[in-house]
Design a protein around this ligand. Structure first.
Ligand SMILES: [Zn+2]
Ligand SMILES: [Zn+2]
Length: 238
């Protein structure tokens, strides 16, 4: 998005807040789109969790059922803030992605920042998982890019939204089983240049299920010379 477009969007957002003061989308308390109490009630994933894939339960990849079922080929590690179950996080991500509540990115990004800090992650650049341009046009925004930009403002690591892109349209991963998910996204991403070569990249997505999409992104990044790729997601599917 060009600067003047984001400035107009920010001004419109402020004006809308003035006309319709925010209330918590979960409990209705006035003041914020997600109130502090509802945010604090989202249970963060606590140790022990796998140092490779971030799934709770095993403190070592050799004992991790997820690493056995869905081994990562290019991605170095995944961290997720909270489990993606039937709770508040699922409601928030659904509203953020499918009900066009882009504003919720501001409430959700601090969860990513907390996870980044707790896990002492150390990236040189943040890269959101790209949408195919047709899907981005339909939704009007890439939810992962909204999260990445807000996270960038909190942790002070720059964002790159132009190098990695989705060159092939893929089916929604939700409809597919694990094997089909991998085939669906294999080779779907490319780098437009080697601008990220030698860097440590932090990939951002809303939810991680099998890790297939993140791994496919990492494969494209590493082909263009990226040194290491870790991923950070809000939700982790059970
Ligand atoms: Zn609330
Ligand atoms: Zn694991």
């Amino acid at each position: 998005m060009t600067t003047w477009v984001s400035e107009i969007a920010a001004a419109l957002e402020a004006f809308t807040d003035f006309l319709y003061p925010p209330a918590c989308v979960l409990c209705g308390t006035p003041g914020q789109f997600v109130c502090d109490a509802c945010m604090a009630a989202i249970p963060l994933i606590e140790p022990p969790y796998c140092p490779t894939c971030g799934y709770p339960g095993a403190a070592h990849p050799s004992a991790c059922s997820q690493c056995r079922r869905f081994p990562l080929t290019s991605l170095d590690a995944i961290c997720s803030a909270a489990m993606f179950d039937e709770g508040a996080l699922r409601t928030l991500i659904h509203k953020f992605k499918y009900e066009y509540m882009r504003i919720l990115g501001k409430s959700l990004a601090p969860l990513l920042a907390a996870c980044y800090t707790i896990n002492q992650m150390n990236a040189k650049i943040i890269v959101p998982v790209p949408l195919h341009k047709s899907r981005q046009k339909f939704r009007g925004y890439n939810q992962s890019a909204v999260l990445a930009k807000t996270l960038s403002g909190i942790i002070g690591v720059p964002v790159d939204t132009t190098t990695l892109f989705r060159h092939r349209k893929t089916k929604t991963q939700m409809e597919l089983n694990a094997t089909d998910r991998q085939a669906n996204v294999a080779g779907a991403f490319k780098c437009a240049s080697d601008a990220l070569a030698g860097k440590s990249v932090l990939l951002i997505d809303d939810v991680c299920t099998t890790g297939a999409t993140l791994d496919a992104c990492a494969s494209a990044l590493k082909k263009s010379g990226v040194a290491s790729v870790s991923a950070l997601t809000l939700g982790r599917a059970a």
